[in-house]
Structures are given as structure tokens and as C-alpha cells.
Design a protein around this ligand. Structure first.
Ligand SMILES: C[S@@+](CC[C@H](N)C(=O)[O-])C[C@H]1O[C@@H](n2cnc3c(N)ncnc32)[C@H](O)[C@@H]1O
Length: 223
């Protein structure tokens, strides 16, 4: 996707990117950081970890994008182990990452800055800490073949108005088959057709209160 991008400051002071041609942003304009923390860390990872204390979470992110969600998970997850696999069809360039303000905003207890994290090579597993390993694949979700099952999927595709195909039943079915029993699928999306597709392929689906500026979001569990 060689589209024109612009850098936008969201309401919580963190940047996001906008693809002008799709009229689509990588995160909520109400707060990129806040949305990532609330939807994926709080309602996804922490929910799974509560049900599986101390267990290793094999996590799959659909849409690496800016790397904000991966970096936040790396920074905030210091207790239980996480193996983080991320898929991205259209990786950003090093310069794109550098223009985001996450390097200045996220100065937490780590030697690995956001820019250094973003420069990690693709297709190689990086054991960054005793509790966090990252592997990024430059591939389409549709073409991804897994070598093991996952416990949690961060489904962070662009919205259904921009990329409707990725929210269809076929791909919800793929998510279902990628997950282990008890595995969790979580997304900012609250669309009725997506909720029904998730139910039809076998998930137990919950509608949860959304992050600031969004009424609802979805979480689904594989029985
Ligand atoms: C909403 S953004 C993800 C935001 C990201 N999680 C972050 O923290 O910045 C959606 C991402 O999915 C990627 N994408 C779009 N179609 C895809 C596909 N078929 N397979 C894999 N990635 C795709 C886009 O290039 C974009 O980076």
C-alpha cells in the first residue's frame, strides 16, 4: 500500500498515522496509547493472564502497523512470559517509525527504545527479555500458516469500511482455528456482522464497554 500518510496527534498526546486514500487511521483519534492499553492489554492480555496465571501466552497480532501495541506489550508485560508474533502486509519504513512520538512518550524502564525496537529484523525471533520474545512476519494474514496454536489474538486490522474483507466470516474462522481451546480474540471493532460471524464459527462473544470515545468493543473466547 503505497499510500500517502500523515502523522496526527491523538487526544492523549500520542501520535497515529493516517492513510489519506483510505481515510483510515492506525488508532483511535481519542488516544492511540489509551486505545491500545484498554482494548488489547487490559481486555485481552490481562484477561487471558487472569485465567491462566504464570502461563506463557502465545500471542498473535494481526497488523503490526506502527509497532505501538507490540512495544507497549513489551514494556508493560514484565511478569508472565509472552511470545509475541506479529503479522504485517505493508511494513512502514524506519523513517516512518522515527517520526512517531513514541520514543519520547514511552521512556519507561528499558534499555530498548521504541526506535531500536522498530529496527529489529523481520522473520527472526528476538528474545528481548526473559518474559518477552518478538517475531514479526512480513506477510498477509490470509497467507499466514502457523507452526503452533495461539492463546490470544489482537485483531487490529483497519476498519471494516476500509478493509471489509478482513472482517468476513472466512477470516474469523481462520482466527478460530489458530487459537487453542480457551484462546481469546479481542478487537476494538464492535460491528454486528463481525459479532455474528464470530458466533457462527463457534466463539462465545462478549460486547464490552469500549475505550474512551467508543461505546463498545468485542471479545471472543474459543470454548
Ligand atoms: C489498525 S493498523 C494496526 C495498528 C498496530 N497494531 C499498531 O499498534 O500500530 C492495521 C495494520 O494492518 C496492516 N494490514 C492490512 N491488511 C493486512 C493483511 N491482509 N495482512 C496483514 N496486515 C495487514 C496494515 O498495513 C496496518 O499496518
Amino acid at each position: 500500500m503505497n499510500f500517502k500518510k500523515s502523522w496526527i496527534l491523538t487526544e492523549d498526546g500520542s501520535h497515529t498515522l493516517k492513510i489519506e486514500d483510505l481515510k483510515e487511521t492506525y488508532h483511535s483519534l481519542h488516544g492511540a496509547l489509551r486505545e491500545s492499553e484498554f482494548v488489547y492489554l487490559e481486555k485481552g492480555l490481562h484477561f487471558w493472564q487472569k485465567a491462566n496465571p504464570q502461563a506463557k501466552c502465545r500471542l498473535l497480532e494481526m497488523g503490526y502497523g506502527t509497532g505501538l501495541l507490540a512495544y507497549l506489550t513489551f514494556l508493560r508485560n514484565t511478569e508472565s512470559p509472552v511470545d509475541y508474533t506479529s503479522l504485517e502486509a505493508y511494513p512502514l519504513t524506519v523513517n516512518d517509525y522515527k517520526k512517531l512520538n513514541y520514543n519520547e512518550l514511552l521512556v519507561e524502564n528499558t534499555d530498548l527504545s521504541f526506535v531500536a525496537f522498530s529496527a529489529l529484523s523481520w522473520e527472526i525471533a528476538h528474545p528481548l527479555t526473559p518474559t518477552f520474545t518478538l517475531i514479526k512476519h512480513h506477510t498477509f494474514f490470509e497467507q499466514f500458516t502457523a507452526t503452533h496454536s495461539f492463546d490470544l489474538i489482537y485483531y487490529d486490522a483497519f476498519g471494516a469500511h476500509a478493509q471489509p474483507a478482513l472482517w468476513e466470516k472466512e477470516w474469523m474462522e481462520k482466527c478460530f482455528s489458530l487459537l487453542s481451546s480457551g484462546g481469546v480474540w479481542v478487537s476494538y471493532c464492535a460491528k454486528g456482522s463481525v459479532r455474528r460471524a464470530l458466533q457462527e464459527v463457534g466463539f462465545s462473544v462478549e460486547r464490552l464497554e469500549g475505550p474512551p470515545g467508543k461505546r463498545e468493543m468485542l471479545r471472543a473466547v474459543k470454548p
